[in-house]
Design a protein around this ligand. Structure first.
Ligand SMILES: Cc1ncc(COP(=O)(O)O)c(C=O)c1O
Length: 386
């Protein structure tokens, strides 16, 4: 069983559902904290649900199958998954990190990991020379988002992994925006891939979840240790929501891509109101070439900078169909101002430095009829133009 879509539905294999004496086609929600031993002696695969739960195990195997990975791990959020991966490092270790990262990851790095003594250098990961120059003797990893947020520039997993291998450091990627459907980051050379499954994998704005995959047994052991020792694991009901979301990942993403293309075409007609559109394949630079070779599609998020003649707050306050909300990757379209919302954790100077201005809009294109979305944006422009 090798096809990606078949794996979406069945994970590692048809007969993977444990204890299934009923013929139920779905994985049961194992709402159990503890598991009876037949006797004291012997090995017991399941003993307590913090260490292993069969519903979680199914999801972990499902994401591992989709990524062609040996090991998969499910955490209570994308942030918990990122934290778990950072426990691989110790005080004095140094990590090269992408300059444009999710605000919550920025906060985790600067307000939690740096005070613990882990050091970071932020670089533009599209600039391979800068990445290489940032590597120090105590560097242990290069960490980046495959499509950065909010400018959606693509960093080459292949090229960064080649640099990392040369320097014997790990390549860690957050592939939330692409998912394994649009990019197979382990195959491209990453050592660890993280997903906020809250986004496209879950896909319905109803579950917060994080997943990690790796082929490295030692890293796997550490992640399993963190699940058990720290306890930030995903609950069985939430696992079920992610398992269900994953089953329709490819059909949803195909429609996200189609809708995003239609919205993109529409936004390009708004040159009187829009200064610049950010979407992979649009920048006319090296990141576009990477997008064409390493990605199967560019995702459903579009960012654009409004011209001064459009009141950005009025613009995002005005849609009647599109929700004014953070997050992305769901069936419903969401719009936001990164400066005030998703990236508010970044100090103002940092936001300005990376180009996140109050006029910047991020739109996560959902699965509604694109004509309805375009009509909604059109009326928002009419309200906001001054
Ligand atoms: C790229 C990226 N990584 C990680 C996270 C954190 O995930 P979660 O909200 O599931 O903790 C987010 C959340 O928006 C994100 O956009």
């Amino acid at each position: 069983m090798t096809g990606f879509n078949t794996k979406l539905i069945y994970g590692k294999g048809l007969n993977q559902v444990h204890d299934n004496q009923t013929g139920a086609v779905n994985v049961p929600i194992y709402q159990a904290t503890t598991y009876a031993f037949k006797q004291v002696a012997g090995k017991h695969k399941y003993d307590y649900s913090r260490s292993l739960n069969p519903t979680r195990e199914y999801l972990e195997d499902q994401i591992a199958a989709l990524e062609d990975a040996q090991h998969g791990y499910a955490f209570a959020s994308g942030s918990a998954a990122i934290h778990a991966v950072f426990t691989l490092f110790h005080p004095g270790d140094h990590i090269v990190v992408s300059r444009n990262i999710y605000g919550g990851t920025f906060r985790l790095i600067h307000d939690y990991l740096e005070p613990l003594g882990i050091e970071f250098s932020a670089v533009d990961t599209q600039d391979l020379a800068a990445v290489e120059a940032a590597i120090q003797p105590q560097t242990k990893a290069i960490y980046f988002e495959t499509i950065d947020n909010p400018f959606l520039k693509v960093t080459s997993v292949k090229q960064i992994a080649a640099i990392a291998k040369r320097h014997h450091v790990l390549t860690i990627v957050d592939n939330t925006f692409l998912t394994p459907y649009l990019q197979q980051a382990l195959t491209l050379g990453a050592d660890v891939v993280i997903h906020s499954a809250t986004k496209y994998l879950g896909g319905h704005s109803d579950v917060i979840a994080g997943l990690v995959v790796t082929n490295d047994d030692e890293i796997g052991k550490q992640l399993e240790f963190v699940q058990n020792a720290v306890g930030g694991i995903l609950a069985p009901e939430d696992c079920t929501l992610v398992i269900r979301g994953i089953k329709t990942l490819s059909v949803r993403l195909d429609r996200h891509l189609q809708n995003a293309q239609k919205i993109l075409d529409y936004l390009k007609t708004k040159s009187d109101q829009i200064e610049r559109i950010y979407y992979p394949g649009q920048a006319g630079d090296a990141s576009d070439a990477v997008a064409k070779t390493e990605l199967k599609g560019y995702g459903g998020v579009i960012t654009f900078a409004l011209k001064p003649n459009v009141d950005a707050e009025k613009f995002v306050n005005s849609p009647r169909l599109i929700w004014l909300a953070v997050s992305l990757g769901s069936v419903e379209s969401l719009i936001e101002l990164p400066y005030f919302m998703t990236h508010a954790e970044l100090p103002v100077a940092e936001r300005r430095k990376v180009g996140i201005t109050p006029q910047l809009v991020r739109l996560s294109v959902g699965l509604e009829d694109p004509d309805d979305l375009i009509a909604d944006l059109e009326q928002a422009f009419a309200v906001a133009e001054q």
